[in-house]
Design a protein around this ligand. Structure first.
Ligand code: SF4
Length: 373
């Protein structure tokens, strides 16, 4: 059926468009749906919140009216775009960003030893935390009462990271049923029998912990709000090691002080500690070219260059320059695509990049139509 092109369209205020180097994405932050579009279509959204079709066709002689109406109509059907009769400001209000000004810690992780029990309790009294992550090693009946002393005014939810060998499933069920604050139990990946136990946990519990380098995607308003203002993984996150050393997270190497010798609040309020809390995606190499930037939670350690830009020594498992994950067929690393991100700076070797793209395109032909993620 032939559709008629309307003069104006607007994107609904629950959807955002994110431009990536190789393709773009549209996210519905309310339903969690997402669509990828070829960058050929990205200019359609350049003038957001209003799409003025007459102006657009004039600026894009390569686009026919039929192509444009078909493209727009597919997204009207998905509830992403709506037809606007008059270009009034009230027709296309944008998403409001909320800032998180509270001082409450979001994620406190602790490498646990039983002699720390009282210390943790006292610590949480002074520093209430939303999410407490305890790397317990081995859990047993002695640990159980300690967990029950943690009340909701001190901590909202608890994740346990434990070793599998001595754990009985019945014991875990009992632990979960006795303490509703425990939302996730993660079995240490090093174990040779991890699969049996992880299978149980994933079935029973919602949260997961993934490998460094593997991003987690959350399509919702909170994630979007956060990613434009601060680092969505490191913001308000602190790790206390078994010897009291303070780092950003359990897998960070850089130590900022020791809780036994220095004041905890002074350490975490210092500029050097805080700087990573505020890193935005557009300041990080590669992420600043990625269509997943506003919905991705990235755990890789970051390093700051003297010019204020950031990079990671661990390559993300997604390569936005070719829109492929490591597990995908025809995946190439950043280096194979001519991309270098080093202490000296960031660079795209255009000829190597074009050769890599040509190599992939030669192997697969993708239609320039929107497709569902
Ligand atoms: S490059 Fe990786 S870590 Fe960075 S935004 Fe994209 S998916 Fe996330």
């Amino acid at each position: 059926m032939q559709h008629k092109l309307s003069p104006y369209y607007g994107i609904t205020n629950k959807c955002i468009v994110q431009n990536g180097y190789n393709r773009s994405a549209i996210y519905n932050l309310e339903t969690g749906q997402h669509w990828f579009i070829d960058n050929k279509w990205e200019t359609v959204f350049n003038e957001l919140p209003l799409i003025d079709t007459k102006k657009l066709l004039k600026s894009r002689p390569d686009l026919t009216e039929n192509e444009l109406v078909e493209f727009l109509f597919s997204f009207v059907n998905e509830g992403v775009i709506r037809i606007i009769d008059e270009p009034l400001k009230s027709n296309y209000e944008r998403i409001e960003l909320n800032s998180d000004h509270s001082l409450k810690l979001k994620h406190l992780s602790i490498t646990f030893r039983s002699e720390l029990e009282m210390g943790i309790y006292a610590f949480l009294k002074l520093n209430p935390t939303e999410h407490l992550i305890l790397s317990i090693g081995a859990i047993n009946n002695e640990t159980f009462p300690f967990l029950n002393t943690l009340t909701e005014d001190l901590v909202e939810k608890i994740t346990l990271i434990i070793e599998p060998l001595i754990i009985e499933e019945d014991f875990l069920f009992e632990l979960i049923s006795q303490n509703p604050m425990i939302r996730a139990i993660y079995i240490d990946e090093q174990s040779p029998i991890k699969n049996q136990k992880i299978g149980f946990c994933e079935f029973k519990l919602k949260d997961r912990i993934t490998r460094a380098g593997q991003p987690e995607i959350y399509i919702n308003f909170d994630q979007f709000n956060g990613s434009s203002q601060y680092h969505t993984y490191f913001h308000k996150r602190v790790h206390i090691m078994a010897n009291g050393d303070i780092t950003h997270s359990h897998d960070s190497n850089r130590v900022f002080g020791n809780i036994n010798d220095e004041n905890f609040n002074e350490i975490i309020r210092s500029n050097s500690f805080q700087s990573i809390w505020k890193v935005k995606k557009n300041e990080i190499d590669v992420c600043n070219h990625c269509e997943f930037a506003p919905v991705c939670q990235d755990k890789r350690p970051l390093i700051r260059r003297s010019d204020g830009t950031w990079y990671s020594e661990i390559e993300c498992e997604y390569n936005p320059y070719i829109s492929k994950e490591k597990k995908d067929e025809n995946y190439l690393s950043l280096e194979e695509c001519g991309i270098s991100s080093t202490p000296r700076g960031f660079r795209i070797g255009i000829s190597a990049y074009l050769a890599a793209k040509a190599h992939i395109i030669g192997k697969e032909k993708r239609a320039l139509r929107p497709y569902k993620g």
